[in-house]
Design a protein around this ligand. Structure first.
Ligand code: ZN
Length: 298
């Protein structure tokens, strides 16, 4: 799932390709905006706000998009073959040098730029944004001191940007069980500072690496590694659902390196045999490919 660093990188690529360019045609393939037309408008800028993308035109319109689980923006030269199926395109923006295509967007809507607050005004400080304010993010997280840190870190109203993988990885790196109540997390500020530094690095390299090892299958400490041995202590990585409801997410953690509360009723996973691991890796590869965000011309 694309997280804040991916979204910021996508915004930067779209911005450099489209800024100052006139839209020579636009095609909105979502029912609500099927008749919308931005032809003739110039692109003023493309920015990210948390996991939201805002493409602003000089005429005062904003195209608001969100990648959700599987969205992606691609950039193509005129006549270049698309790398995604046309039926999955939600919007096509054509300029002379570049065509931008938004595939499988979870949100794709038009609004006046001066009404953007209605769609992003609820967000907390953006880890990668100019408005980043570590103290304010910590204050918002602590406002619900009983809430487990693993659920709180996904609350975009408290802190905008991190997604599920970052949540898992940052809890491991700080040795904190994801079920620890926010109010009991030792040095929450240090956790947020580390999260910020790591997301900044990942924004530049374009894909998520938390271990410092970019080799395939070595990039993460705990995320997507249920049953595999912890890279630090060898204990099997645990997996459980956290934060039931719309925000339910899979949480991964090492019970040895991350002591503290565990989910009620959780039975510790033991090391899994390798065939299962292979199957999961294959399934993961399939998901990753579709969820990938690439605005890089090929
Ligand atoms: Zn461990």
């Amino acid at each position: 799932m694309p997280e804040g660093d991916t979204v910021h990188l996508t915004a930067a690529r779209l911005h450099s390709a489209l800024v100052g360019r006139t839209l020579v045609s636009t095609d909105f393939r979502v029912p609500r905006f099927a008749n919308a037309d931005l032809t003739g408008q110039r692109v003023r800028e493309v920015i990210a706000r948390g996991k939201h993308l805002l493409l602003r035109t000089e005429a005062g319109m904003t195209l608001h998009s969100h990648l959700k689980m599987e969205g992606a923006w691609h950039l193509y030269r005129p006549g270049q073959r698309w790398r995604g199926p046309a039926f999955e395109a939600r919007v096509v923006l054509v300029t002379e040098p570049w065509t931008a295509v938004g595939f499988r967007l979870g949100i794709c809507e038009l609004l006046a730029t001066d009404r953007e607050h209605e769609v992003v005004g609820h967000l907390g400080p953006d880890v990668l944004g100019p408005d980043w304010d570590l103290e304010e993010a910590a204050r918002r997280l602590r406002a619900d001191a009983e809430r487990p840190i693993g659920a709180a870190l996904l609350d975009q109203r408290a802190i905008a940007g991190p997604g599920n993988s970052w949540k898992n990885e940052i809890c491991f790196l700080r040795g904190v069980s994801p079920w620890t109540p926010v109010g009991e997390v030792v040095d929450l500020e240090a956790m947020l500072g580390l999260l910020k530094r790591m997301m900044e690095v990942n924004r530049m390299i374009g894909h998520q690496v938390t271990t410092g090892d970019t080799r395939r299958g070595r990039t993460h400490w705990v995320a997507d590694r249920a049953g595999e041995p912890c890279r630090r202590c060898g204990a099997p990585i645990q997996r459980a659902f956290q934060a039931a409801g719309a925000s339910e997410r899979v949480t991964y953690w090492c019970p040895t390196c991350q002591p503290g509360p565990a989910p009620v009723g959780h039975t510790a996973a033991s090391a899994r045999p390798s065939p299962g691991r292979k199957a999961e890796a294959a399934a993961r590869g399939g998901t990753r490919r579709r969820a990938g965000v690439s605005t890089e011309p090929r």
